[in-house]
Design a protein around this ligand. Structure first.
Ligand SMILES: [Fe+2]
Length: 278
């Protein structure tokens, strides 16, 4: 075997040893640790076999490297242990969306409202999946998980769906799909606006991708744990709870929605769409 290949494989093998130490010290559950370590062991066995195989060539090295990159990806996206969710950082400053959404609203919305969902989801998960709290009454914790889990995940999408540098209109694959399914960008915008305005009390307007029908759909999530369609993926979400606009627009929800169109991050929506299409 070429000495460069041999050196490369030895380096990968040593990296595998360090990776195992990182996994052992990680926050993963015991079950997840055991599962991941088993995969890394099998990968290192493969490297060991290549090291003693005189015929090992570049193709096998490409495979083994790809597998190593998968481990890195897995670690980067390591699962959140039950009860350990954290408030994600905003991808811009609190005043970045002005004048369309005020700094005060963004600050309170993110640090108070979203944080409360994170805390509530953590409490529910501890009750349901760990022994840190009494498990009963089960239905109470299931309701808490649905309410706070929906709040946490939808807000996490919502922040990323906005930007101070909005192009104001969609482009790329998502525009093509919007035109295919709704006829035109204007038709989509009108319907989405009407859906957002139609929400009774608290809720969201959501642009969804349905993998089963291979179509976009628009849905309101009233009280955000209700009205949801399983097995669909939210691409664009608009929070129309009063806490999202009342300080700036008082009871004029339509004005808030009209302003919000100026901060939609269409690149993010398009990226989410490209991800789900994979
Ligand atoms: Fe909200």
């Amino acid at each position: 075997m070429n000495t460069e290949y041999q050196q490369y494989l030895e380096d990968l093998f040593n990296w595998g040893k360090k990776l195992k130490t990182t996994i052992e010290k990680s926050d993963l559950s015991e079950h997840e640790k055991a599962h991941t370590l088993e995969q890394v062991d099998s990968w290192m066995d493969h490297i060991h076999h290549l090291l003693i195989d005189a015929d090992a060539g570049p193709e096998q090295l490409i495979d083994i490297r790809a597998k190593g990159e998968q481990f890195l990806d897995q670690l980067r996206k390591s699962s959140v242990p039950y009860g350990k969710h954290q408030l994600p950082a905003l991808p811009y400053a609190y005043n970045a969306l002005e004048p369309y959404i005020s700094e005060r609203i963004m600050y309170l919305h993110h640090t108070k409202h979203h944080q409360a969902y994170v805390d509530g989801l953590n409490e529910a998960e501890k009750a349901l999946y760990t022994n840190e709290k009494g498990k009963e009454p089960l239905k109470h914790w299931l309701r808490e998980q649905a309410f706070h889990g929906s709040g946490h995940y939808l807000h996490s999408i919502f922040w990323e769906n906005m930007t101070p540098n909005s192009k104001k209109k969609p482009s790329g694959q998502i525009l093509k799909q919007i035109e295919k399914d709704f006829g035109s960008w204007n038709n989509f915008k009108q319907l989405f606006t009407r859906v957002a305005e139609s929400v009774e009390g608290d809720g969201w307007a959501v642009l969804l991708w349905s993998p089963i029908s291979q179509k976009l759909a628009i849905q309101s999530f009233e009280k955000h744990q209700l009205f949801q369609i399983p097995n669909t993926i939210p691409l664009l979400v608009l929070d129309v709870w009063e806490h999202a606009y009342y300080l700036q627009h008082e009871n004029d929800k339509a004005s808030y929605i009209e302003n919000w169109w100026n901060v939609v991050n269409w690149e993010n929506v398009n990226d989410r769409f490209k991800q789900v299409m994979k």
